[in-house]
Ligand binder design. Structure first.
Ligand code: SF4
Length: 350
């Protein structure tokens, strides 16, 4: 546990009694880092424009910053000029999207997080074994669409524990569950518990589908939330893991919790009577946005910052294969800009 004091700027009459509990880990995960760097490197190497299907990660600031540098975000491959280069987002795409891209002769860079790809592979394998696959996740989320598209005949989406009663399967003894990577661990386990009541031989996935980053950020916010009157989660509204952090903070005992993209969205009224503010950020949030929040709070008397760390993350994914090959062939490095929290360990993926 580390306590630091941010320099409190000269704000007349600012109280000095408040403090901040800062969650760690927070912010960028290995999959987001890889996807964002993939677009940055593609822009550097090929020049603008680089098309990106959907938001590369669900964060407003990241998307706006990359758009300023020449990335063009589109909803689907039919908006990309024939033969142009397109990056697939960290959330993954279905085989149908790969086929549509090939039909337009697009040059693709697949920035799907390797941990999402792992879930796709599970879906393909269980479908080949003719299981009914219950995909716990949020209908309409890009990751769920991508995973479900791997085996649409075998997969049905279960949004929440309340939907368990509606599930219909062909053979109750041949059912498996898998999940979106960014869910609430507790809610997912409740859904699984209810599914198992209905299907006692329900099979588990071979390993956790909810990814390490989602789990670690939830554990950290759970630890600090009971000590806070207010928890501020930095993240975008369409970021599943960020929304989950806000929900988990409330369930874990924070009196109040808010999700914001930028420090300027903090309503000073939220701070009335508050002595301890928890701060965390979703897996797609750059640290600069958290620093802005800490500065905003320091200006209002919350200059003492205590880090509440529950895990240390060392994971790093190598860049998408297509990009790695192009960078190596041209003698350009595949190194990354140094970002807070990044460690040296590299996990190679194919
Ligand atoms: S949140 Fe998890 S699954 Fe999503 S990009 Fe990050 S590491 Fe990958």
């Amino acid at each position: 546990m580390t306590t630091t004091s941010l320099p409190t700027p000269a704000v007349p009459d600012a109280p000095t009694t408040g403090r901040v509990l800062l969650a760690a880990p927070r912010g960028y995960c290995a999959g987001v880092d890889r996807a964002v760097v993939a677009v940055e490197k593609a822009l550097e190497h090929y020049g603008a424009p680089i098309y990106v299907r959907k938001e590369i990660v669900h964060n407003k600031y990241v998307v706006e910053t990359l758009a300023e540098r020449g990335a063009i975000f589109v909803d689907d491959t039919d908006e990309v000029p024939e033969g142009a280069r397109v990056v697939f987002s960290a959330h993954g795409v279905s085989p149908a999207v790969h086929e549509a891209a090939a039909a337009r002769s697009l040059e693709t860079i697949d920035a799907t997080c390797p941990l999402v790809t792992k879930v796709h592979k599970e879906a393909v394998r269980f479908a080949a074994d003719d299981f009914d696959i219950l995909l716990i996740g949020h209908d309409g989320h890009e990751e769920v669409e991508g995973t479900a598209g791997e085996a649409p005949e075998h997969i049905q989406v279960v949004n929440s524990p309340d939907e368990v009663d509606k599930v219909v399967v062909r053979d109750p003894d041949k059912v498996v569950w898998i999940s979106q990577t960014t869910l609430s661990v507790d809610e997912t386990m409740e859904t699984v518990r209810r599914l198992r009541e209905r299907f006692p031989t329900l099979q588990d996935p071979p390993s956790d589908d909810i990814c390490y980053a989602t789990q670690n950020r939830q554990v950290a916010v759970k630890k600090l939330a009971p000590r806070c009157e207010l928890v501020i989660v930095v993240g975008s509204r369409n970021s599943s893991n960020s929304v989950r952090l806000m929900e988990v903070a409330k369930e874990a005992g924070a009196d109040d919790a808010h999700l914001i993209d930028y420090a300027k969205e903090i309503d000073p009224a939220w701070l009335e009577g508050v002595t301890t503010v928890g701060v965390t950020s979703g897996a797609s949030v750059p640290e600069i946005l958290v620093e802005d929040v800490l500065q905003f709070l320091a200006e209002r008397g919350y200059g003492e910052v205590e880090e509440v760390r529950t895990a240390t993350e060392d994971l790093m994914f190598s860049l998408p294969r297509e990009l790695r090959g192009a960078l190596k062939a041209s003698g350009q490095g595949t190194g990354r800009p140094q970002r807070e929290g990044r460690r040296a360990l590299r996990v190679d993926t194919v």
